[in-house]
Design a protein around this ligand. Sequence first.
Ligand code: BTN
Length: 245
Amino acid sequence: AAVEYGLDAPFEIDPHGSIPSTNARARDLAADGAEDVVVLADEQTGGRGRLDREWTSPSGGIWLSVLCRPDVPMAHAPVFTLAAAVAVTRAAREAGVDARIKWPNDVLVDGRKLVGILTEMEGEADRVSWVVVGMGINANVDPDSLPTDADPTSLRHERGEPVDRRVFTQRVLEAFHDLRSDIDSVLPAWREHATTLGKRVRVETADGPVEGEAVDIRFPGALVVDTDDGEVTVTAGDCDHLRPV
Ligand code: BTN
């Protein structure tokens, strides 16, 4: 099935039926000088996740990558990943699905993964050249066809009926555009939709595990954890929600 076209989005759309990876395609477009392009695919044959994992992307999902060139230093780029998580969460909630964000940018329903986000970028420390924000949205796919280790769910599974992928994609892109146009609105919106804040977490960081209560998020996307040794700010790592003790 071809992706529904005719999107009226604040981006140029580069639609595909089946391609290896929308992120890879967006990186190629970036190398050609493009900007504000959204690569869309019905199916990916070589989708990539975080930590170089595979991302299973059957027909029926919404696999997309936004290429943009924000005028910000590299260190601020994580805020675009948070913006993407907020954008998809808003669209999912509008579609009647109780989606919440797990730090930094997984979108979950009752602890099951609905959306994964992979951001790639290039540039100098003082200025991003391009950012590619890849969103893997399990839309009209059967969770049983996805790897079980991620404990996946899908919009269709949660709603009991499919979503209109054109409408859903349009809402995501409009929300993302609004957020990137008003960066100060991203963190408040993220806090509103987060499931991580107030929970006990264990984050595996490059410097070892950090365990405690997640108390806040700080620009451009760091998690503040209240540990036995005081507050620790974690900028990157794999986060697990723990059972309350
Ligand atoms: C994760 O590991 O949670 C991130 C998954 C990101 C998957 C999306 S699907 C669209 C884009 N193209 C890719 O190859 N990956 C991202």
